[in-house]
Design a protein around this ligand. Structure first.
Ligand SMILES: Cc1ncc(COP(=O)(O)O)c(C=O)c1O
Length: 408
């Protein structure tokens, strides 16, 4: 597309955008199971207003927009409270889980170099850890060392112990991981790291804003947060189960000194004045900070617990229905609202295609072939419709050998 010589009128332009949008996945109707975390219309309306109030400001310079700076500090504080960070913690907001993870990895690399003289650092992360860790390792010049999974789809402890060595800058565990929704043995992994003076990161991008309320519902939650000694950093995404619009995550350090020494970027070596920044971005959109602040304050603990209850009921409904379909099973023992399922009777990927035909968007997985679900509050309204279509899909999909025959 070329820039038009003469601008397109507003009405025509908006019409065109609405038409284009019709191709997109129907997350409003709760037919997607990743990427968007639909809560309800009231949440959406508040988010729209909060975003609108801060569309143009820039969070790069806190002196110009002190209201934004305070909102960022408030969001970090509220998150730290949920994750039981001890007094003396530090943190900042970033654009998302990936940026939070990149900052934690880079800070750990700097710490390992400063405190232990590590020059060729490794990053020890479970096979199921999010690709953000591989990305961070690539950008930051660390070697990624993958810990295989045990029979429960959690990091294999014995293997982790073998793979952690004097070059290790960071050990990682997920709470929960994306592919299976299982939680790695955080206390044991963090213990292995701490015993050697190595940083440990809990990736609770998914769990950070749901597990605390899951716990309040009386559901079992494995230890994952700063109550576990040895956890030095954590990531938690407000734009996942905090329900805010995209662009909002928090990275926390147990020790604020580590944030200042190993993550903060302070620069004076140019004529443009003092430059201070805590994460990758320079200019930073203000709206994600404002929306995250607004939704946390608006829902409060009571609102989040209520939404967590809706998620739990939906998860129970989905999982019971899936298990009742002949040959279908949930993989591992997912701890929260994220899980994958497969079928020993029919081709799971073909089931996914059939579900596409009925407008459901299920992400595909491999090792093993499976379909992935991330359940949000709004899904409680579609459990029966989804299961009816899934039963139909399982009956009509055919088997994996039918697929091989199709492609051979
Ligand atoms: C466990 C986990 N960690 C990190 C991320 C990365 O988050 P983002 O996509 O916001 O960068 C995700 C995304 O789904 C995730 O599930």
């Amino acid at each position: 597309m070329e820039l038009p010589k003469v601008g397109v009128p507003r009405a025509a332009l908006l019409d065109e955008m609405k038409t284009r949008k019709q191709q997109d996945a129907d997350w409003h109707g709760a037919r997607t199971f990743s990427l968007v975390y639909p809560a309800n219309d009231e949440v959406d309306a508040l988010l729209a207003d909060a975003n609108n109030l801060y569309l143009y400001e820039n969070a790069l310079n806190p002196l110009r927009f002190p209201s934004l700076r305070q909102m960022e500090l408030d969001v970090v504080d509220m998150t730290a409270g949920l994750l039981h960070a001890p007094t003396g913690y530090g943190g900042c907001m970033t654009s998302g889980g990936t940026e939070s993870i990149i900052m934690a990895v880079l800070a750990a690399r700097e710490r390992a170099r400063a405190e232990r003289g590590v020059e060729q650092p490794t990053l020890v992360a479970p096979y199921s850890a999010h690709p953000a860790f591989a990305k961070a390792a690539k950008y930051g010049g660390l070697e990624l060392v993958q810990v295989p999974l045990d029979d429960h789809h959690r990091a294999d402890l014995a293997a982790a112990e073998r793979l952690i060595d004097e070059r290790t800058a960071l050990v990682v565990g997920s709470a929960p991981n994306y592919p299976f929704g299982t939680v790695d043995p955080i206390p044991q992994l963090a213990g292995l790291a701490a015993a050697r003076g190595i940083s440990f990161h809990t990736d609770s991008c998914l769990g950070g804003f749901l597990f605390p309320f899951w716990e309040k519902l009386g559901e079992p939650v494995p230890p994952f947060d700063f109550r576990v000694e040895g956890v030095t950093t954590m990531s938690a995404d407000v734009h996942k189960y905090g329900y805010t619009t995209k662009g909002a995550s928090v990275v926390l350090h147990r020790d604020e000194e580590h944030l200042k020494k190993y993550q903060r970027f302070l620069y004076t070596g140019w004529p443009g004045g003092l430059y201070l920044s805590f994460a990758m971005a320079g200019a930073r959109p203000a709206a994600p900070i404002a929306a995250a602040w607004a939704i946390l304050r608006h829902l409060g603990e009571e609102g989040y617990v209520k939404l967590a209850g809706e998620i739990r009921d939906a998860v129970r409904g989905f999982q019971a229905g899936i298990r009742a379909i002949p040959g279908m099973r949930i993989i591992g023992e997912p701890e929260m609202s994220v899980f994958s399922f497969t079928s020993d009777a029919a081709d799971p990927l073909a089931i996914g295609d059939k579900m596409d035909e009925r407008g459901w968007c299920l992400d595909r997985q491999n090792d093993p072939d499976a379909l992935h679900m991330m359940v949000s509050p709004k899904h409680l309204t579609v459990v029966d419709a989804f299961l009816a279509d899934l039963r139909w899909a399982a009956e009509t999909a055919g088997t994996a050998s039918d697929r091989s025959a199709r492609y051979s």
